[in-house]
Design a protein around this ligand. Structure first.
Ligand SMILES: Cc1cc2nc3c(=O)[nH]c(=O)nc-3n(C[C@H](O)[C@H](O)[C@H](O)COP(=O)(O)OP(=O)(O)OC[C@H]3O[C@@H](n4cnc5c(N)ncnc54)[C@H](O)[C@@H]3O)c2cc1C
Length: 401
Protein backbone atom coordinates (compact mmCIF):
# COMPACT_ATOMS: atom_id res chain seq x y z
CA UNK A 1 0.00 0.00 0.00
CA UNK A 2 1.34 3.43 -0.84
CA UNK A 3 2.23 5.75 1.98
CA UNK A 4 1.57 8.70 -0.23
CA UNK A 5 -2.17 8.79 -0.55
CA UNK A 6 -3.16 11.95 -2.32
CA UNK A 7 0.15 12.39 -4.12
CA UNK A 8 0.52 9.35 -6.30
CA UNK A 9 -2.51 7.17 -5.83
CA UNK A 10 -4.83 8.77 -8.33
CA UNK A 11 -4.51 9.04 -12.06
CA UNK A 12 -4.45 12.84 -12.62
CA UNK A 13 -7.73 14.45 -13.66
CA UNK A 14 -6.51 15.25 -17.18
CA UNK A 15 -6.03 11.55 -17.91
CA UNK A 16 -8.52 10.05 -15.51
CA UNK A 17 -10.96 7.26 -16.22
CA UNK A 18 -12.36 4.69 -13.82
CA UNK A 19 -10.75 1.98 -15.92
CA UNK A 20 -7.31 3.54 -15.65
CA UNK A 21 -7.69 4.01 -11.93
CA UNK A 22 -8.66 0.35 -11.57
CA UNK A 23 -5.66 -0.72 -13.71
CA UNK A 24 -3.34 1.31 -11.50
CA UNK A 25 -4.75 -0.06 -8.25
CA UNK A 26 -4.72 -3.66 -9.45
CA UNK A 27 -1.13 -3.33 -10.62
CA UNK A 28 -0.07 -1.70 -7.38
CA UNK A 29 -1.66 -4.36 -5.25
CA UNK A 30 -0.19 -7.12 -7.41
CA UNK A 31 3.31 -5.59 -7.39
CA UNK A 32 3.42 -5.15 -3.62
CA UNK A 33 1.90 -8.54 -2.81
CA UNK A 34 3.37 -10.78 -5.51
CA UNK A 35 6.45 -9.09 -6.96
CA UNK A 36 8.24 -7.27 -4.13
CA UNK A 37 8.77 -10.32 -1.89
CA UNK A 38 10.08 -12.31 -4.87
CA UNK A 39 12.46 -9.50 -5.80
CA UNK A 40 13.74 -9.20 -2.24
CA UNK A 41 14.40 -12.93 -2.20
CA UNK A 42 15.85 -13.47 -5.68
CA UNK A 43 17.82 -10.33 -6.53
CA UNK A 44 20.48 -10.95 -3.86
CA UNK A 45 21.11 -14.46 -5.22
CA UNK A 46 20.73 -13.43 -8.86
CA UNK A 47 17.80 -15.82 -9.26
CA UNK A 48 15.59 -15.80 -12.33
CA UNK A 49 12.07 -14.39 -12.48
CA UNK A 50 9.95 -17.46 -11.61
CA UNK A 51 7.60 -18.94 -14.20
CA UNK A 52 4.84 -18.91 -11.62
CA UNK A 53 5.09 -15.13 -11.34
CA UNK A 54 5.11 -14.81 -15.13
CA UNK A 55 1.98 -16.90 -15.24
CA UNK A 56 0.21 -14.57 -12.80
CA UNK A 57 1.27 -11.57 -14.87
CA UNK A 58 -0.07 -13.29 -17.98
CA UNK A 59 -3.43 -13.86 -16.29
CA UNK A 60 -3.64 -10.12 -15.65
CA UNK A 61 -2.95 -9.52 -19.34
CA UNK A 62 0.32 -7.67 -18.74
CA UNK A 63 2.14 -9.18 -21.74
CA UNK A 64 -0.63 -8.06 -24.05
CA UNK A 65 -1.51 -4.54 -22.88
CA UNK A 66 -0.64 -3.07 -26.29
CA UNK A 67 -1.74 -6.07 -28.36
CA UNK A 68 -5.10 -5.45 -30.07
CA UNK A 69 -8.06 -7.38 -28.69
CA UNK A 70 -8.59 -9.16 -32.01
CA UNK A 71 -5.18 -10.79 -31.46
CA UNK A 72 -5.92 -11.73 -27.86
CA UNK A 73 -4.45 -8.70 -26.11
CA UNK A 74 -6.06 -6.04 -23.91
CA UNK A 75 -5.95 -3.52 -26.76
CA UNK A 76 -5.03 -0.66 -24.45
CA UNK A 77 -2.66 2.25 -25.00
CA UNK A 78 0.79 3.32 -23.98
CA UNK A 79 -0.73 5.26 -21.11
CA UNK A 80 -2.06 2.07 -19.53
CA UNK A 81 1.26 0.36 -20.30
CA UNK A 82 2.97 3.13 -18.35
CA UNK A 83 0.61 2.79 -15.39
CA UNK A 84 1.33 -0.93 -15.07
CA UNK A 85 5.06 -0.51 -15.73
CA UNK A 86 5.51 2.06 -12.95
CA UNK A 87 3.82 -0.21 -10.44
CA UNK A 88 5.80 -3.31 -11.41
CA UNK A 89 9.08 -1.35 -11.39
CA UNK A 90 8.31 -0.04 -7.94
CA UNK A 91 8.72 -3.67 -6.86
CA UNK A 92 11.31 -5.01 -9.35
CA UNK A 93 12.54 -3.32 -12.50
CA UNK A 94 13.25 -6.63 -14.22
CA UNK A 95 9.61 -7.64 -13.90
CA UNK A 96 8.50 -4.29 -15.32
CA UNK A 97 10.92 -4.98 -18.17
CA UNK A 98 9.83 -8.48 -19.03
CA UNK A 99 6.39 -7.21 -20.06
CA UNK A 100 8.10 -5.41 -22.94
CA UNK A 101 9.04 -8.87 -24.27
CA UNK A 102 5.42 -9.35 -25.30
CA UNK A 103 3.95 -5.89 -25.81
CA UNK A 104 4.78 -4.33 -29.13
CA UNK A 105 7.87 -6.38 -29.99
CA UNK A 106 7.72 -7.79 -33.53
CA UNK A 107 6.25 -4.79 -35.23
CA UNK A 108 6.98 -6.15 -38.71
CA UNK A 109 5.27 -9.55 -38.44
CA UNK A 110 3.21 -10.72 -41.39
CA UNK A 111 -0.56 -10.99 -40.88
CA UNK A 112 -0.30 -14.78 -40.67
CA UNK A 113 2.39 -14.52 -38.03
CA UNK A 114 0.38 -11.97 -36.07
CA UNK A 115 -2.67 -14.25 -36.05
CA UNK A 116 -0.56 -17.20 -35.01
CA UNK A 117 1.74 -15.60 -32.47
CA UNK A 118 0.25 -12.45 -30.94
CA UNK A 119 -2.33 -14.39 -28.90
CA UNK A 120 0.48 -16.56 -27.54
CA UNK A 121 2.52 -13.46 -26.84
CA UNK A 122 -0.40 -11.87 -25.00
CA UNK A 123 -0.66 -15.02 -22.87
CA UNK A 124 3.05 -14.75 -22.04
CA UNK A 125 3.79 -18.04 -23.82
CA UNK A 126 5.91 -16.55 -26.58
CA UNK A 127 8.27 -13.82 -25.42
CA UNK A 128 11.15 -12.19 -27.24
CA UNK A 129 14.61 -10.73 -26.87
CA UNK A 130 15.98 -7.84 -28.91
CA UNK A 131 19.48 -8.05 -30.39
CA UNK A 132 20.52 -4.62 -31.60
CA UNK A 133 23.72 -3.56 -29.79
CA UNK A 134 27.13 -4.82 -30.87
CA UNK A 135 30.65 -4.57 -29.48
CA UNK A 136 31.34 -1.64 -31.83
CA UNK A 137 27.80 -0.27 -32.10
CA UNK A 138 26.00 0.99 -29.02
CA UNK A 139 24.83 4.58 -29.26
CA UNK A 140 25.74 4.61 -32.94
CA UNK A 141 23.14 2.13 -34.19
CA UNK A 142 23.94 2.89 -37.83
CA UNK A 143 27.37 1.34 -37.38
CA UNK A 144 26.12 -2.21 -36.81
CA UNK A 145 28.08 -4.81 -38.77
CA UNK A 146 26.29 -8.09 -38.09
CA UNK A 147 25.55 -9.33 -41.59
CA UNK A 148 22.77 -11.44 -43.05
CA UNK A 149 23.37 -12.68 -46.59
CA UNK A 150 20.72 -14.34 -48.70
CA UNK A 151 21.75 -17.82 -49.87
CA UNK A 152 18.89 -19.60 -51.63
CA UNK A 153 15.95 -19.79 -49.26
CA UNK A 154 17.85 -18.71 -46.19
CA UNK A 155 19.62 -15.75 -44.65
CA UNK A 156 23.06 -16.68 -43.37
CA UNK A 157 24.07 -14.59 -40.38
CA UNK A 158 27.59 -13.85 -39.17
CA UNK A 159 28.68 -11.37 -36.52
CA UNK A 160 28.49 -10.38 -32.87
CA UNK A 161 25.75 -8.95 -30.71
CA UNK A 162 26.19 -7.54 -27.22
CA UNK A 163 23.88 -7.03 -24.28
CA UNK A 164 21.03 -9.18 -25.52
CA UNK A 165 18.90 -9.47 -22.40
CA UNK A 166 16.81 -12.65 -22.05
CA UNK A 167 18.36 -14.21 -25.18
CA UNK A 168 18.39 -17.61 -23.48
CA UNK A 169 14.91 -17.55 -21.96
CA UNK A 170 13.21 -16.05 -24.99
CA UNK A 171 11.10 -17.99 -27.46
CA UNK A 172 12.29 -15.72 -30.24
CA UNK A 173 14.91 -13.05 -30.91
CA UNK A 174 14.44 -9.98 -33.04
CA UNK A 175 17.83 -9.57 -34.70
CA UNK A 176 18.84 -6.27 -36.23
CA UNK A 177 21.41 -6.96 -38.94
CA UNK A 178 22.55 -5.73 -42.31
CA UNK A 179 20.93 -7.26 -45.34
CA UNK A 180 23.29 -5.35 -47.63
CA UNK A 181 27.03 -4.68 -47.14
CA UNK A 182 28.06 -1.81 -44.87
CA UNK A 183 28.38 1.36 -46.91
CA UNK A 184 30.24 4.17 -45.11
CA UNK A 185 28.59 6.68 -47.46
CA UNK A 186 25.08 5.46 -46.61
CA UNK A 187 25.37 3.90 -43.17
CA UNK A 188 21.64 3.87 -42.44
CA UNK A 189 20.78 1.80 -45.50
CA UNK A 190 20.28 -1.94 -45.54
CA UNK A 191 19.50 -2.38 -41.85
CA UNK A 192 16.79 -4.99 -41.40
CA UNK A 193 15.08 -6.90 -38.63
CA UNK A 194 14.86 -10.69 -38.65
CA UNK A 195 12.82 -13.11 -36.62
CA UNK A 196 14.75 -15.96 -35.03
CA UNK A 197 12.47 -18.60 -33.57
CA UNK A 198 14.16 -20.75 -30.97
CA UNK A 199 13.59 -23.18 -28.19
CA UNK A 200 13.21 -21.53 -24.79
CA UNK A 201 16.23 -21.99 -22.52
CA UNK A 202 18.68 -22.84 -25.34
CA UNK A 203 20.63 -21.35 -28.20
CA UNK A 204 20.23 -23.02 -31.56
CA UNK A 205 23.28 -24.33 -33.48
CA UNK A 206 25.08 -21.36 -35.05
CA UNK A 207 24.50 -19.06 -32.07
CA UNK A 208 26.82 -19.11 -29.10
CA UNK A 209 25.90 -17.15 -26.00
CA UNK A 210 28.13 -15.89 -23.19
CA UNK A 211 26.40 -14.44 -20.15
CA UNK A 212 27.64 -10.97 -19.16
CA UNK A 213 28.42 -10.14 -15.55
CA UNK A 214 26.40 -7.10 -14.55
CA UNK A 215 25.87 -5.20 -11.30
CA UNK A 216 22.08 -5.22 -11.35
CA UNK A 217 19.04 -5.91 -13.52
CA UNK A 218 19.06 -9.43 -12.14
CA UNK A 219 16.17 -11.82 -12.59
CA UNK A 220 17.32 -12.64 -16.09
CA UNK A 221 20.61 -12.80 -17.93
CA UNK A 222 22.15 -10.50 -20.50
CA UNK A 223 24.20 -12.12 -23.27
CA UNK A 224 26.91 -11.61 -25.79
CA UNK A 225 25.95 -13.57 -28.91
CA UNK A 226 28.18 -14.89 -31.67
CA UNK A 227 26.55 -15.83 -34.96
CA UNK A 228 28.47 -18.31 -37.06
CA UNK A 229 26.72 -19.12 -40.34
CA UNK A 230 23.42 -19.12 -38.50
CA UNK A 231 20.50 -19.71 -40.88
CA UNK A 232 17.15 -17.93 -40.86
CA UNK A 233 14.32 -18.79 -43.31
CA UNK A 234 14.07 -16.25 -46.11
CA UNK A 235 10.56 -15.14 -45.14
CA UNK A 236 11.67 -14.24 -41.59
CA UNK A 237 12.94 -10.85 -42.65
CA UNK A 238 10.57 -8.41 -40.97
CA UNK A 239 11.44 -5.24 -42.78
CA UNK A 240 11.56 -5.85 -46.48
CA UNK A 241 12.81 -2.57 -47.80
CA UNK A 242 16.33 -3.61 -46.87
CA UNK A 243 17.23 -4.76 -50.35
CA UNK A 244 16.23 -1.49 -51.97
CA UNK A 245 19.04 0.28 -50.10
CA UNK A 246 16.61 2.51 -48.23
CA UNK A 247 16.96 3.36 -44.56
CA UNK A 248 13.46 2.14 -43.67
CA UNK A 249 14.82 -0.58 -41.37
CA UNK A 250 16.87 1.94 -39.43
CA UNK A 251 13.91 4.33 -39.14
CA UNK A 252 11.55 1.62 -37.94
CA UNK A 253 14.11 0.45 -35.38
CA UNK A 254 14.59 4.01 -34.13
CA UNK A 255 10.82 4.57 -33.96
CA UNK A 256 10.42 1.46 -31.81
CA UNK A 257 12.92 2.96 -29.38
CA UNK A 258 10.61 5.89 -28.60
CA UNK A 259 8.04 3.63 -26.98
CA UNK A 260 10.87 1.81 -25.19
CA UNK A 261 12.01 5.18 -23.85
CA UNK A 262 8.59 6.01 -22.44
CA UNK A 263 8.57 2.54 -20.89
CA UNK A 264 12.00 3.27 -19.40
CA UNK A 265 10.81 6.59 -18.02
CA UNK A 266 7.98 4.73 -16.27
CA UNK A 267 10.44 2.16 -14.95
CA UNK A 268 12.56 5.00 -13.57
CA UNK A 269 9.58 6.58 -11.84
CA UNK A 270 8.63 3.24 -10.30
CA UNK A 271 12.12 2.68 -8.91
CA UNK A 272 12.25 6.17 -7.45
CA UNK A 273 8.86 5.68 -5.86
CA UNK A 274 10.13 2.54 -4.17
CA UNK A 275 12.98 4.58 -2.69
CA UNK A 276 10.62 7.33 -1.57
CA UNK A 277 8.03 5.05 0.00
CA UNK A 278 10.64 3.01 1.84
CA UNK A 279 12.38 6.18 3.01
CA UNK A 280 9.14 7.71 4.32
CA UNK A 281 8.56 4.53 6.32
CA UNK A 282 12.14 4.39 7.59
CA UNK A 283 12.14 8.07 8.58
CA UNK A 284 9.24 7.37 10.91
CA UNK A 285 10.80 4.39 12.66
CA UNK A 286 14.52 5.13 12.83
CA UNK A 287 15.24 7.07 16.02
CA UNK A 288 18.33 9.21 16.58
CA UNK A 289 18.87 11.93 19.16
CA UNK A 290 15.72 10.63 20.86
CA UNK A 291 13.36 11.28 17.95
CA UNK A 292 12.43 9.78 14.59
CA UNK A 293 14.80 11.03 11.91
CA UNK A 294 11.68 12.15 10.02
CA UNK A 295 11.42 14.98 12.56
CA UNK A 296 14.64 16.51 11.22
CA UNK A 297 14.08 19.13 8.60
CA UNK A 298 17.07 17.84 6.59
CA UNK A 299 15.31 14.51 6.14
CA UNK A 300 11.84 16.00 5.58
CA UNK A 301 13.13 18.31 2.86
CA UNK A 302 15.00 15.47 1.16
CA UNK A 303 11.71 13.56 1.05
CA UNK A 304 9.90 16.62 -0.26
CA UNK A 305 12.40 17.03 -3.09
CA UNK A 306 12.28 13.32 -3.92
CA UNK A 307 8.46 13.39 -4.12
CA UNK A 308 8.49 16.53 -6.27
CA UNK A 309 11.03 15.16 -8.72
CA UNK A 310 9.04 11.95 -9.05
CA UNK A 311 5.90 13.93 -9.82
CA UNK A 312 7.72 15.97 -12.46
CA UNK A 313 9.13 12.85 -14.14
CA UNK A 314 5.75 11.17 -14.07
CA UNK A 315 4.09 14.21 -15.63
CA UNK A 316 6.53 14.14 -18.55
CA UNK A 317 6.03 10.40 -18.94
CA UNK A 318 2.24 10.64 -18.92
CA UNK A 319 2.31 13.50 -21.43
CA UNK A 320 4.53 11.60 -23.87
CA UNK A 321 2.40 8.43 -23.52
CA UNK A 322 -0.80 10.39 -24.05
CA UNK A 323 0.59 12.04 -27.19
CA UNK A 324 1.52 8.66 -28.69
CA UNK A 325 -1.92 7.27 -27.85
CA UNK A 326 -3.48 10.21 -29.67
CA UNK A 327 -1.45 9.36 -32.75
CA UNK A 328 0.99 12.26 -32.37
CA UNK A 329 4.60 11.21 -32.76
CA UNK A 330 6.29 12.59 -29.69
CA UNK A 331 9.82 11.27 -30.07
CA UNK A 332 11.44 14.33 -28.54
CA UNK A 333 9.00 14.25 -25.61
CA UNK A 334 9.80 10.56 -25.17
CA UNK A 335 13.50 11.42 -25.01
CA UNK A 336 12.81 14.23 -22.54
CA UNK A 337 10.79 11.92 -20.31
CA UNK A 338 13.49 9.25 -20.47
CA UNK A 339 16.31 11.72 -19.84
CA UNK A 340 14.63 13.46 -16.92
CA UNK A 341 13.21 10.35 -15.28
CA UNK A 342 16.41 8.32 -15.49
CA UNK A 343 18.61 11.13 -14.15
CA UNK A 344 16.01 11.73 -11.46
CA UNK A 345 15.82 8.09 -10.40
CA UNK A 346 19.52 7.71 -9.83
CA UNK A 347 19.48 10.81 -7.64
CA UNK A 348 16.33 9.84 -5.74
CA UNK A 349 17.37 6.24 -5.08
CA UNK A 350 20.74 7.51 -3.87
CA UNK A 351 18.97 9.93 -1.50
CA UNK A 352 16.94 6.96 -0.30
CA UNK A 353 20.16 5.21 0.64
CA UNK A 354 21.30 8.38 2.42
CA UNK A 355 18.12 8.49 4.49
CA UNK A 356 18.68 4.87 5.46
CA UNK A 357 22.26 5.61 6.53
CA UNK A 358 24.44 2.48 6.82
CA UNK A 359 21.36 0.27 6.55
CA UNK A 360 20.86 1.59 3.02
CA UNK A 361 24.26 0.28 2.03
CA UNK A 362 23.37 -3.30 2.94
CA UNK A 363 21.37 -5.88 1.06
CA UNK A 364 19.07 -6.18 4.09
CA UNK A 365 17.05 -3.36 2.53
CA UNK A 366 16.02 -3.14 -1.13
CA UNK A 367 17.34 0.42 -1.48
CA UNK A 368 20.62 -0.76 -2.96
CA UNK A 369 18.70 -2.77 -5.57
CA UNK A 370 16.64 0.26 -6.54
CA UNK A 371 19.85 2.23 -6.90
CA UNK A 372 21.74 -0.41 -8.93
CA UNK A 373 18.77 -0.82 -11.24
CA UNK A 374 18.20 2.94 -11.45
CA UNK A 375 21.79 3.40 -12.61
CA UNK A 376 21.03 1.36 -15.70
CA UNK A 377 18.15 3.56 -16.82
CA UNK A 378 20.64 6.29 -17.75
CA UNK A 379 22.41 3.86 -20.08
CA UNK A 380 20.05 1.55 -21.93
CA UNK A 381 17.42 2.43 -24.52
CA UNK A 382 19.81 5.25 -25.48
CA UNK A 383 22.10 6.93 -22.96
CA UNK A 384 21.29 10.28 -21.37
CA UNK A 385 23.77 11.91 -23.73
CA UNK A 386 21.97 10.45 -26.74
CA UNK A 387 18.65 11.76 -25.41
CA UNK A 388 20.26 15.19 -25.03
CA UNK A 389 21.44 14.93 -28.60
CA UNK A 390 17.95 14.05 -29.88
CA UNK A 391 16.40 16.90 -27.91
CA UNK A 392 18.94 19.52 -28.98
CA UNK A 393 18.74 18.37 -32.62
CA UNK A 394 15.08 19.39 -32.49
CA UNK A 395 15.95 23.08 -32.22
CA UNK A 396 19.55 23.43 -33.40
CA UNK A 397 20.98 22.59 -36.83
CA UNK A 398 22.76 19.23 -36.60
CA UNK A 399 26.53 19.57 -36.55
CA UNK A 400 28.27 18.23 -39.64
CA UNK A 401 30.11 14.90 -39.51
C1 LIG B 1 22.22 -4.43 -18.53
C2 LIG B 1 22.06 -4.02 -19.97
C3 LIG B 1 21.06 -4.59 -20.73
C4 LIG B 1 20.94 -4.27 -22.09
N1 LIG B 1 19.99 -4.93 -22.85
C5 LIG B 1 20.02 -4.75 -24.20
C6 LIG B 1 19.19 -5.56 -25.06
O1 LIG B 1 18.40 -6.39 -24.59
N2 LIG B 1 19.33 -5.42 -26.40
C7 LIG B 1 20.20 -4.53 -26.97
O2 LIG B 1 20.27 -4.44 -28.19
N3 LIG B 1 20.97 -3.72 -26.19
C8 LIG B 1 20.90 -3.83 -24.82
N4 LIG B 1 21.72 -3.05 -24.02
C9 LIG B 1 22.68 -2.13 -24.66
C10 LIG B 1 22.42 -0.67 -24.41
O3 LIG B 1 21.32 -0.22 -25.14
C11 LIG B 1 23.72 0.07 -24.71
O4 LIG B 1 24.64 -0.21 -23.65
C12 LIG B 1 23.54 1.57 -24.86
O5 LIG B 1 22.84 1.89 -26.03
C13 LIG B 1 24.89 2.34 -24.89
O6 LIG B 1 25.75 1.77 -25.80
P1 LIG B 1 27.25 1.40 -25.35
O7 LIG B 1 27.18 0.64 -24.09
O8 LIG B 1 27.93 0.78 -26.49
O9 LIG B 1 27.91 2.80 -25.01
P2 LIG B 1 28.63 3.77 -26.06
O10 LIG B 1 27.72 4.05 -27.20
O11 LIG B 1 29.99 3.26 -26.34
O12 LIG B 1 28.75 5.10 -25.19
C14 LIG B 1 29.82 5.35 -24.25
C15 LIG B 1 29.65 6.77 -23.74
O13 LIG B 1 29.81 7.70 -24.84
C16 LIG B 1 28.66 8.54 -24.92
N5 LIG B 1 28.38 8.85 -26.33
C17 LIG B 1 28.33 8.02 -27.39
N6 LIG B 1 28.01 8.69 -28.50
C18 LIG B 1 27.86 10.00 -28.14
C19 LIG B 1 27.51 11.19 -28.84
N7 LIG B 1 27.24 11.20 -30.15
N8 LIG B 1 27.41 12.34 -28.13
C20 LIG B 1 27.67 12.35 -26.79
N9 LIG B 1 27.99 11.25 -26.09
C21 LIG B 1 28.09 10.09 -26.74
C22 LIG B 1 27.54 7.71 -24.30
O14 LIG B 1 26.46 8.52 -23.86
C23 LIG B 1 28.27 7.04 -23.15
O15 LIG B 1 28.38 7.93 -22.07
C24 LIG B 1 21.82 -3.32 -22.66
C25 LIG B 1 22.80 -2.70 -21.87
C26 LIG B 1 22.94 -3.05 -20.54
C27 LIG B 1 24.03 -2.39 -19.74
Amino acid sequence: MSLLTGIVERVPAAYYSDERQAILETAREFAMREVLPVANRLDPVQGEIPMELRQKMAELGYFGILIPQEYGGLGLGIFEYVLVTEELARAWMSVASIIARGNGIGDGFSEDKRREMLPRMARGEWLGAFALSEPGAGSDVASIRCRAELAGDEWVVNGQKMWCTFADGADFIILVARATPYDPENRHAGIAQFLIEKERGKFPPGIEGTAMRKIGYHGWKTWELSFDNFRIPKENILIHSARSGSSEGFKRTAMGLSVARIHTAARSVGLARGALEDSVAYAQTRVQFGRPIGDFQAIRFKLACMATEIEAARALTYAAADDFDRGRRADVQASMAKLFASEMTEKVTSEGIQIHGGAGYTSEYPLERYWRDARLTRIFEGTSEIQQRIISDAFLPRPKG
